[in-house]
Design a protein around this ligand. Structure first.
Ligand code: BG6
Length: 499
């Protein structure tokens, strides 16, 4: 291993994503001892910054990580080999000023990497992390590939959404990018794929024969995938208004969860086998019908204290952008025919939460009268857990039947003091060349195919006699518009008690 060097080049290093996610993730991996022995991180951006200025911007994000690892080492005394201070990490970092897409700058970068970092190593790898707006992806790679590709090791490129805003724009972006980049070099991030409970879906489904027989329309009545945030757009309104909640989290994060819940067993755990199955199930989902969609936009909170969406400075006064949506889709195969897959997502709701909730059918026969349905819940956040809502006898002399849970809460059951951030996990996967948790080009295409007709209707682009979809309002901090509950109930979901 000492013969090998790895460079991380973070393009867009002075931006928000790099500051909040990329650098803290790399620093956490460093603290965990997971980065290669010989590595350097080059922050690449256009701004004229000294290294000290640059470092100053990163410091708050890194301080949070070191606070955690500092405490941990006090508890686990044997871990003194772990480097806890951002200073030891800092020695491996540098700042490079350059334009994206400039051949001169790419050549200059290459020279620097070869001379300063890689010269004494037999092998040299480069991971390019594009923390950039997607409109710059293709240009950036077009300059880097011929001029700044390592000739003595692997080259990988990490990119992040938004990958277009509908099928045609996504196809265009993909074809520009894939004209310069090979699929095997491309690591398209959907950070939900790096979350612990999302990673647990494959082991849960295919490592437990207990779930095999119930996992179909024979026993499952409906599925609900929910994403809620208890904050609004918080000054990101200018960006958000062009995107809306469906493109922001449903077409990507929620659909990824759905895919993992619904796909067939892959031939192996290898990345291409898993991604083949994901594409297969996506192909069996028809475009979402507009009559299966409820939209909402938040207004000021009921007490008048928290501003509404249109109070966000970047948002136009007549915005029809949805900050909330509930929609229903169906999978046309033998396993899932007739089962509604309900997705619900919103900003400015009553809590922060993400989960998959699988509701089973009613117990036939009525031996105990009417019982609420069994539900298998995969709680992605907070309090990562899997639980099955079941009935049992009230302990003691009573003969009452009560609802309770078989509950696997990760923090209670396992000896863990932290779960890694999704970006940390995915950066490590990329470093290991493991593409299981990255989105392949054909997968992205299918995702847009499912959502595009409905999005075009909402945006008023559909033409013909398509009727625009009403955007209901809901107060900040509420459960969203009541029409959403009506849609969910229409598709047979029955409210249960408890959590
Ligand atoms: C991002 C969206 O992809 O995911 C944000 O752009 C959203 O609007 C975020 O807040 C949610 O991620 P997490 O990890 O906080 O649930």
């Amino acid at each position: 291993e000492s013969e090998e060097h790895t460079t991380f080049v973070v393009l867009g290093a002075s931006g928000d994503l790099a500051k909040k996610k990329t650098y803290p993730a790399l620093f956490s991996l460093f603290c965990e001892g997971r980065l290669p022995r010989n590595f350097t991180i080059v922050g690449y951006a256009r701004s004229d910054l000294s290294f000290d200025d640059f470092w100053e911007r990163l410091s708050p994000g890194l301080a949070k990580v070191s606070a955690f690892f500092g405490n941990r080492s006090a508890r686990h005394r044997g871990m003194s080999h772990i480097c806890l201070s951002p200073d030891t990490f800092r020695e491996r970092c540098s700042y490079f000023r350059g334009q994206y897409g400039s051949p001169d700058d790419a050549a200059r970068l290459d020279k620097l990497l070869q001379k300063e970092h890689e010269a004494k190593f037999a092998r040299a790898n480069r991971m390019y992390y594009l923390a950039l707006p997607p409109s710059l992806f293709a240009d950036a790679v077009r300059a880097l590939k011929p001029l700044a590709w390592s000739q003595k090791g692997w080259n990988r490129v990490v990119i992040e959404k938004p990958f277009g805003h509908d099928l045609p724009s996504s196809d265009k972006l993909a074809s520009e990018l894939m004209a310069v980049l090979e699929e095997k070099e491309t690591y398209r991030i959907d950070h939900y794929l790096g979350k612990e409970m999302v990673l647990d879906l494959i082991p849960l489904r295919f490592g437990n024969v207990a779930f095999t027989p119930i996992w179909s329309n024979h026993y499952i009545d409906s599925l609900r995938i929910t994403f809620k945030e208890n904050i609004g757009t918080e000054g990101r309104g200018g960006y958000f208004d062009k995107v809306g909640i469906i493109r922001d989290v449903m077409q990507n994060h929620l659909l990824q969860m759905l895919t993992l819940v619904a796909m067939e067993r892959p031939a192996s755990l290898l990345d291409e086998d898993i991604r083949d199955e994901k594409v297969k199930v996506l192909k069996q989902i028809g475009p979402i019908k507009t009559e299966h969609v409820v939209l909402g936009q938040y207004t000021r909170s009921e007490d008048g204290k928290t501003p509404g969406y249109k109070d966000d400075p970047g948002v136009p006064a007549d915005s029809q952008c949805p900050t909330f949506a509930t929609l229903v889709m169906f999978i046309n195969n033998e396993r899932w025919a007739g089962v509604p897959f309900i997705m619900k997502a919103g900003k400015a709701l009553e809590e922060r939460m993400a989960e998959v909730r699988i509701q089973l059918k009613d117990v036939p026969g009525g031996l105990f009268g009417e019982l609420a349905r069994n539900e298998l819940v995969i709680k992605v956040q907070p309090n990562e857990s899997v639980y099955l809502k079941i009935y049992g006898k009230q302990p003691g002399l009573s003969n009452e039947v009560v609802q309770t849970e078989l509950d696997l809460s990760l923090h209670d059951r396992f000896d863990i003091d932290r779960l890694p951030d999704a970006y940390e996990r995915l950066s490590l996967d990329c470093l290991n060349g493991d593409k299981r948790n990255f989105v392949r080009t054909d997968e992205l295409r299918e995702a847009w195919r499912i959502f595009t007709p409905m999005l075009h209707t909402i945006d008023g682009l559909a033409g013909g006699d398509a009727t625009p979809v009403t955007v209901h309002t809901y107060p900040f901090g509420s459960r969203g518009p009541p029409d959403s509950d009506a849609l969910v109930q229409h598709f047979g979901y029955k409210q249960t008690t408890g959590y």
